[in-house]
Ligand binder design. Structure first.
Ligand SMILES: NC(=O)c1ccc[n+]([C@@H]2O[C@H](COP(=O)([O-])OP(=O)(O)OC[C@H]3O[C@@H](n4cnc5c(N)ncnc54)[C@H](OP(=O)(O)O)[C@@H]3O)[C@@H](O)[C@H]2O)c1
Length: 339
C-alpha cells in the first residue's frame, strides 16, 4: 500500500511544499537511497512539512550569552544536511543570527529553504522588525512572517492595525507569506473582519493531549489557514507517562520506529505541519522515520481518542501561573484558550 503523504498549500498560492501522488513512490525510493543519491529535489518537497525549530531548547534568554551559539549553528547545519528545509525562528528567540550563519555555511541555495520568523517584541513597528530580522538572517526575504502572539493587543482594533501592516510587508516582498501564531478563533475572526490578505498559517500548541476544542482546527482548515503545530511531542516530553504511553509504545514497536515519529506522523496525517527541534543529531533520524511510516486508521484513532482523554497544555495558563497575573480577565482568557 502507498503511504499517504499529506499536501499542504497556503491560501495565498505559496506553499509549504506539496507532494503529488505520482511522486510518492519516487519520494520513498529516494528516502531509502538518499545516502547514495544526490537527488534531493523530491525530498525537499516532503521535508518542509516538518520544520526544525530554533526556539525552546535553543532560545537565548540570557543577555550575557555568547553572541553566536556555535552549537546551534552546527545543529541547524546538521539538520539541513540531513534533509530539513523548513527552519523556524523568531525575533524573541534571539537565534536569527545563528540561523543566518547556518544557512550561509550550509551551501544550500536560498530558494530550496523555507524560513519562518516571527515578531512580538517589536510589534509596534513590524516594518522595522522585518528589516532587523532580515539583517540578522542575512536574507532578502523570509518565506513566512508571523505575529508571534495576540496577547499584546488591547482590543480587536490593535490586531487589525497590525495585520494591515503585515499585509504591507507581504506586498513589499520581504515576506512571501504572512500569518499568525498562538491566535485563538476570536483573534482570527477579528483579523478576518478587515483583512484583504488572509493569514496563511497559525502556528500554535497542538498535540494529542491538546487537540483544541470547538472544531477550531477544522474551522481553520475550512478557512484555508494552514495549521502548524509546536509542542507536538508533548506525550513523550512534558506529559511523559500519560495514558498514551502504552499505546504509543505498542504502535512504535510494531513499526520499529521511535514514538516521536508516530506522533509526527499523526500530525502530518491530519494535514498539520509539525515544527519540532532537538539538541541531538541522531534524534533527527528518528523524526524522519515519520515520513516512511504508515499508520492504520485504528492506530490513528487510538492516538486521537486516548489523547482526548487527557487534557494537558504547556503554554498558559496553569503551567505558567506566575505570568497569569498579567492577565486580569483570567476567566475569559481561560475559556478562549481552549479553542
Ligand atoms: N510559536 C510559538 O509560540 C512557539 C512556541 C514553542 C515552540 N515553537 C517552535 O517550535 C519548536 C519546537 O518546539 P518544542 O521544543 O517544544 O518541540 P517538541 O517537538 O514538542 O519537543 C522537542 C523536544 O522533544 C525531545 N524528544 C523528542 N523525541 C523524544 C523522545 N522520544 N523521548 C523524549 N524526548 C524526546 C527532544 O529532546 P532532545 O533535544 O534531547 O532530542 C526535543 O528537545 C521550537 O524550537 C520553536 O521553533 C514555537
Amino acid at each position: 500500500m502507498v503511504p499517504s503523504i499529506p499536501t499542504v498549500k497556503f491560501n495565498d498560492g505559496a506553499s509549504i511544499p506539496i507532494v503529488i501522488p505520482s511522486q510518492i513512490f519516487l519520494v520513498l525510493l529516494l528516502l531509502r537511497l538518499r545516502f547514495f543519491l544526490r537527488l534531493r529535489f523530491f525530498l525537499r518537497l516532503v521535508l518542509r512539512l516538518m520544520g526544525f525549530g530554533t526556539g525552546t531548547a535553543w532560545l537565548k534568554g540570557d543577555p550575557s550569552a555568547p553572541p553566536l551559539d556555535r552549537n546551534l549553528v552546527d545543529m541547524i547545519k546538521s539538520a539541513i544536511q540531513q534533509g530539513y528545509r523548513h527552519l523556524d525562528c523568531a525575533e524573541g528567540y534571539n537565534t536569527e543570527e545563528e540561523l543566518g550563519v547556518a544557512i550561509k555555511e550550509s551551501g544550500i541555495p536560498r530558494e530550496e529553504l523555507f524560513v519562518t520568523t516571527k515578531v512580538i517584541q517589536s510589534i509596534d513597528n513590524v516594518f522595522q522588525a522585518i528589516d532587523t530580522s532580515l539583517k540578522k538572517l542575512q536574507l532578502e526575504y523570509v518565506d513566512l512572517f508571523l505575529v508571534h502572539s495576540p496577547y499584546y493587543a488591547k482590543d480587536d482594533t490593535d490586531l487589525q492595525t497590525t495585520w494591515k501592516a503585515m499585509e504591507g510587508i507581504k506586498q513589499s516582498g520581504k515576506a512571501k507569506s504572512i500569518g499568525v501564531s498562538n491566535f485563538t478563533r476570536p483573534h482570527l475572526e477579528a483579523v478576518l473582519k478587515t483583512a484583504t490578505i488572509k493569514p496563511a498559517a497559525n502556528q500554535m500548541e497542538y498535540h494529542a493531549y491538546f487537540q483544541r476544542a470547538n472544531n477550531f482546527v477544522s474551522w481553520m482548515q475550512e478557512q484555508d489557514i494552514t495549521v502548524m503545530a509546536y509542542f507536538g511531542l508533548i506525550p513523550v516530553t512534558y506529559a511523559k507517562g500519560g495514558p498514551l504511553a502504552e499505546p504509543l509504545d505498542t504502535i512504535a514497536k510494531s513499526h520499529s520506529v521511535d514514538a516521536s515519529a508516530v506522533l509526527m506522523r499523526w500530525l502530518l496525517n491530519r494535514g498539520i505541519v509539525s515544527v519540532s527541534t532537538s539538541k541531538k543529531t541522531e534524534r533527527i533520524q528518528q523524526y524522519f522515520q515519520a515520513l516512511e511510516l504508515e499508520l492504520t486508521s485504528d492506530e490513528m484513532d487510538v492516538i486521537t481518542e486516548v489523547g482526548k482523554s487527557h487534557h494537558f497544555r504547556v503554554r498558559l495558563p496553569k503551567p505558567y501561573a506566575p505570568d497569569w497575573a498579567e492577565y486580569p480577565d483570567e476567566d475569559k482568557w481561560c475559556e478562549d484558550m481552549y479553542y
